[in-house]
Design a protein around this ligand. Structure first.
Ligand code: FAD
Length: 384
């Protein structure tokens, strides 16, 4: 079996197939394994997982299905309908996630490929929804997460890949899969990959699994599929959507391409290079607001990060009025020596960073903001 990509999805496929007796080859286009997963905290959201049940928390199917359906298809959701208002395929997908998620995690743990624990201290997303009866325990994380967010992703990848390799899986880095190979009957029998200046053909006797991540860093795909202008994000630079094109050629139907788990990021970091893992998890300080370019507050700054992100896509009939928001804070925030919590990107007192603009008077501040924004004129959209 050929697995394309070595993040969590690719590693899970490689572990499952190799433990099951298949001869597995993982092809990874980057020069190291792990993809975006290796940058992440490697948490997974698994309803009704065994680890939460071991803590005495039950997660029955009906309310969990309601929660996921309402969140996935708010405009279709109908709690009185047998399929909760959803089309059959969408309902089946969510049901498969509920039914099989715990088994998948149990398998990885029993194979020694993961050492997750249920994080009983972290409240669930959308905990306030009436459909959400289980507000702790669905989020599971590798033990390394107890050390730090940064340690967890690499630890999970190492553990999964080492189990796959113990079962004879092989990994080739610097191999970018470009297309599928087919026999005269049209069946997929392998892949064509590029390594350096060479093209190699790889035979797959059983199957090819694509686990090649997202497409944010292909500007054309991002422009065509995402719901508005995006300057950058946390996925690795190799998230260029090769499988979008390969999948289309193979006849795949695309769906759910416009959504992401949006996160506010610092324009200065994202503009130009596009790859930035840091975001505004919880804006720091009390005397702090965010305004759009018209000076209007447009959200609850202390709302969850994933609900603040989509606010940037608001279209007022003339422009993306919230595309760039400005965090404004006073000396109480700037001079606060607190290092705990999510202080970033507010610098420590006395620390100078390029993305914080200040002035001794309002007039000076305005001039400095104009000068700073001029650097990003090519990235912002102003149709007025
Ligand atoms: C800081 C941070 C925090 C996050 N927090 C959360 C969170 O709280 N909850 C959550 O659910 N998610 C979170 N995520 C996102 C999550 O980590 C990713 O969605 C997930 O890891 C993606 O896994 P993947 O295996 O699909 O893709 P990846 O891990 O990106 O792996 C894909 C791999 O495929 C390779 N590849 C691409 N194209 C080719 C090709 N043509 N040939 C060969 N190889 C190819 C890439 O180089 C890459 O290594 C976070 C991410 C970051 C960075």
């Amino acid at each position: 079996m050929v697995v394309v990509g070595s993040g969590a999805a690719g590693c899970a496929a490689a572990v499952t197939a190799s433990v099951g007796g298949a001869q597995v080859l993982v092809l990874e286009c980057a020069d190291s394994i792990g993809g975006t997963t290796a940058l992440s905290g490697a948490g997974a959201w698994i309803p009704n997982n065994t680890l939460m049940r071991a803590q005495g928390v039950e997660d029955p199917k009906t309310p969990a299905m309601r929660l996921m359906s309402r969140l996935a298809y708010p405009h279709l959701y109908d709690p009185g309908d047998a399929r909760l208002g959803m089309p059959a395929d969408a309902y089946a997908l969510i049901e498969a996630f509920y039914d099989n998620g715990p088994n998948a995690i149990d398998f990885l743990i029993s194979a020694g490929a993961a050492d997750f624990y249920a994080d009983m201290a972290l409240p669930d997303y959308y905990a306030e929804y009436p459909e959400n009866l289980v507000t702790f325990g669905r989020k599971i994380s590798p033990q390394a997460r107890k050390v730090s967010h940064e340690a967890a992703g690499p630890a999970l990848i190492r553990q999964m890949m080492s189990v796959a390799e113990e079962h004879s899986a092989r990994v080739l880095t610097n191999h970018r899969v470009m297309s599928l190979l087919r026999n005269s009957d049209g069946e997929v029998v392998g892949v064509e990959a590029r390594t350096g200046l060479r093209t190699v053909l790889v035979r797959a006797r059983r199957s090819v699994v694509f686990a090649s991540g997202g497409f944010l860093h292909d500007r054309d795909l991002a422009r065509e599929f995402l719901r508005g202008p995006v300057f950058g994000g946390c996925s690795v630079p190799t998230s260029v959507g090769d499988f979008v094109r390969i999948g289309i050629e193979a006849g795949a139907e695309l769906a759910n391409m416009s959504h992401a788990w949006w996160y506010q990021i610092v324009l200065d970091h994202a503009a130009g290079h596009g790859q930035t893992a840091g975001g505004l998890f919880m804006p720091f300080g009390d005397s702090m607001i965010q305004v759009n370019r018209h000076g209007r507050r447009v959200m609850n700054e202390k709302g969850p990060y994933n609900e603040r992100g989509p606010v940037h896509f608001a279209w007022d009939g003339r422009e993306y009025c919230n595309l760039v928001l400005f965090s404004i804070y006073d000396d109480d925030v700037a001079n606060n020596p607190d290092t705990i919590g999510h202080r970033w990107p507010i610098p420590m007192p006395g620390e100078k960073v390029g993305y914080v603009v200040s002035g001794q008077t309002l007039e000076e501040l305005a001039v400095n903001i104009d000068a700073h924004l001029a650097e990003f004129a090519g990235y912002t959209v102003d149709s007025s």
